[in-house]
Design a protein around this ligand. Structure first.
Ligand code: NDP
Ligand code: ZN
Length: 353
């Protein structure tokens, strides 16, 4: 048996004893070296966004050490230190051959297994399906804190920029500058945006957004963000909008502030409600050529290796988002609570094990 930190039911977390996971032929068993709680864990536990889950081990952001591999695993061995993507798809499906993104290779969101359809990583040990396709080596010299920003924060924020179809020299709004939005700012910059208007209220996040490449900060607490964006763009609006935070109303605001022909890239996880409204006039009665792309981040090995390459070449510097470091698995509840009630000085906590 092993110790794990779990969602006991909607609204309640706690420690449980669980059986140590077993590796299939293509899988690996890992022990955690660094773990990070995510705002998505908060949606899952406290909003019941995925529905009821009983004794589900939480967590999907990990750097770990391989302790065991299945008989068919070729590229990893016990002792290897690895980055584990939050999204670990089944890469052997016909749907992938049909062009469906691997994150949905067995149906919508099925690549998201940890702390959703199987136990997560907040435990003494955790299981990774298809190790050769889903793990990436942790390079020498990369800190555990920095590496812990790659499984979800870096890849998701950058995916926001990919979804928003950013063109060189364009004007981009990033709604929400928590860790996902901060990485979206980096993604927008990498994609060649000229102006990046970053929406948030906390000073610490705003300062890092400016350092990462935002050109202006918009505070949603100072009034309607649509008006603020239209004023800043002389009534034109944005070419692309990335939604990386905020309540469900931000989708309508994003549509209103996007130019005809523009694109919205949504990586926000809407945890409540049945319907997401789209404004009729803002969408030009359905004829505005405004595209809304929403996506779960890509996962898998190649994606993680690309994130590693971005850090190694200095293109992104995600370690700066780690505002709090804890030591020991025991600190997981405290770190999760930090994501639940974000005080002004919190961007992202990491637990070193
Ligand atoms: P945070 O809570 O850290 O950040 C949210 C941001 O949104 C903050 O900057 C906050 O501002 C801002 N915000 C809050 N309310 C409003 C509002 N009314 N209008 C505009 N902005 C607002 O979240 P994370 O960065 O950790 O995560 C962002 C989202 O991404 C979450 O929904 C998360 O679940 C989701 N996610 C999605 C993934 C995917 O694969 N698609 C993967 C991982 C996460 P401030 O705090 O400064 O007031
Ligand atoms: Zn996450």
């Amino acid at each position: 048996m092993m110790r794990a930190f779990a969602m006991l039911k909607i609204g309640e977390t706690g420690w449980i004893d669980a059986p140590k996971p077993v590796a299939g032929a293509y899988d690996a068993i890992l022990e955690p070296l660094a773990l990070a709680p995510c705002t998505s864990d908060i949606h899952t536990v406290y909003e019941g966004a995925l529905g009821e889950r009983c004794n589900l081990i939480l967590g999907h952001e990990a750097v770990g050490r391989v302790v065991e591999v299945g008989s068919e695993v070729k590229d990893f061995k016990p002792g290897d230190r690895v980055i584990v993507p939050a999204i670990t798809p089944n890469w052997r499906t016909v749907e992938i051959q049909n062009g469906v993104p691997a994150s949905h290779s067995e149906g919508a969101l099925t690549g998201w297994k940890f702390s959703n359809t199987k136990d997560g990583v907040f435990a003494d040990y955790f299981h990774v399906n298809d190790a050769d396709m889903n793990l990436a080596l942790l390079p020498d010299g990369m800190s555990l804190e920095e590496a812990a920003m790659l499984p979800d924060m870096a890849t998701t924020g950058i995916h926001g920029a990919e979804l928003a179809d950013i063109q060189i020299g364009s004007t981009v709004v990033v709604i929400g500058i928590g860790p996902v939005g901060l990485m979206a700012v980096c993604g927008a910059r990498l994609r060649g945006a000229a102006r990046i208007l970053a929406v948030g209220s906390r000073k610490k996040c705003a300062e890092l957004a400016l350092e990462y490449g935002a050109t202006e900060i918009i505070n949603y607490k100072n009034g309607d963000i649509v008006k603020q964006v239209l004023t800043a763009t002389h009534g034109l609006g944005a070419d692309s909008v990335i939604i990386s935070g905020g309540p469900s109303e931000v989708l309508a605001q994003a549509v209103d502030m996007t130019k005809p022909g523009g694109t919205i890239g949504n990586v926000n996880y809407y945890g409540e409600g049945d319907i997401l409204p789209v404004p009729r006039l803002g969408w030009a009665c359905g004829m505005g050529h405004k595209s809304i792309h929403g996506g779960l981040t890509p996962g898998g090995r190649a994606r993680m290796e690309r994130m590693v390459a971005l850090v190694q070449t200095g293109r992104i510097n995600p370690g700066k988002m780690v505002t709090h470091t804890f030591n020991g698995l025991d600190k997981l509840p405290e770190a999760l609570e930090m994501m639940h009630h974000k005080s002004p000085d919190v961007i992202k906590p990491v637990v070193l094990v």
